[in-house]
Design a protein around this ligand. Structure first.
Ligand SMILES: [Fe+2]
Ligand SMILES: [Fe+2]
Length: 268
């Protein structure tokens, strides 16, 4: 079975590029399940309900989020209506929503967990190791066959530490948040797939998808700047395809996607 995991989708450019990819490639690539991180999907930060619904209609099965999950406050009112919309699991109990979902595809129970790192991230995030331990311990009673984790985090050391701690007990740990695809995809010793960061979908000539001028100004001068989504004519799509063996439920092959589209191909 092939699972597509897509990195942080930024703004309208990201949404349209991802929709185009799913339209033209999903069937061809024989993808059974699509997981996408949409924390930046609405104007670069957060997720409006209408955009969530639009993206689900285009073929995304499970949506994950991250540190920007509250940037569009309306999510507080709608997140509990959609079990396939995940926010990081390791947040204080006051947060609505959920960080896990088990869905059935191809006669397999597939669990997706969204976690957030703590290093260089928000100070209200709780221990991701304890949170994932709690989730994994429920897997036998939930008859989980395949367990995919989106770890939304900044530091590669923290990402690797979580992956190694759960090596052999989860199917894959895939990093999101940095918007830059890393070149370290591998299987760990006990078979867990690991990738520090899958990358992003959206404007190719921005800085992590945001306006170049604004990010340069902030970094160069220390003065405030508004980070709009970069207006662009080229779009990048970063993702990874996991090929999972029907017998062992382990990743037997993987394929990174790092694809550019022009404005002629994607209507933004
Ligand atoms: Fe992001
Ligand atoms: Fe993020």
């Amino acid at each position: 079975m092939k699972i597509l995991f897509v990195g942080d989708c930024v703004g309208k450019a990201g949404r349209e590029t991802l929709k185009h990819f799913l339209e033209t490639e999903k069937e061809k690539l024989n993808i059974s399940l699509v997981i996408a991180n949409l924390e930046n999907a609405s104007h670069g930060k957060g997720l409006l309900e209408k955009h969530f619904l639009d993206m689900v209609a285009s073929g995304i099965d499970v949506v994950t989020m991250g540190n920007h999950y509250l940037a569009k406050k309306e999510i507080l009112n709608y997140i509990d209506n959609y079990p396939t919309l995940l926010r990081p699991r390791n947040l204080p109990k006051y947060h609505p929503g959920r960080g896990d979902i088990v869905i059935n595809k191809n006669h397999k129970n597939i669990k997706i967990t969204n976690l957030m790192g703590r290093v260089f991230m928000a100070d209200y995030v709780t221990n991701p190791f304890e949170s994932l331990e709690e989730s994994v311990s429920l897997n036998p009673s939930e008859n989980v066959d395949i367990h995919i984790v989106d770890l939304h985090a900044e530091a590669t050391g923290e990402k690797q530490a979580l992956a190694w701690e759960f090596d052999g007990r989860i199917t894959a740990l895939i990093g999101t948040h940095t918007h830059v695809q890393t070149n370290d995809a591998r299987l760990l010793k006990n078979g867990t797939f690991y990738l520090s960061d899958v990358g992003m979908v959206g404007p190719y000539n921005g800085i992590l998808g945001s306006s170049r001028d604004a990010v340069i100004k902030r970094n160069m001068t220390g003065l405030p700047a508004v980070f709009d989504v970069q207006d662009d004519d080229t779009f990048i799509l970063n993702a990874v395809i996991l090929d999972i063996d029907d017998q062992t439920n382990k990743v037997i092959d993987f394929h990174l996607i790092n694809k550019l589209y022009s404005k002629d191909e994607v209507d933004v």
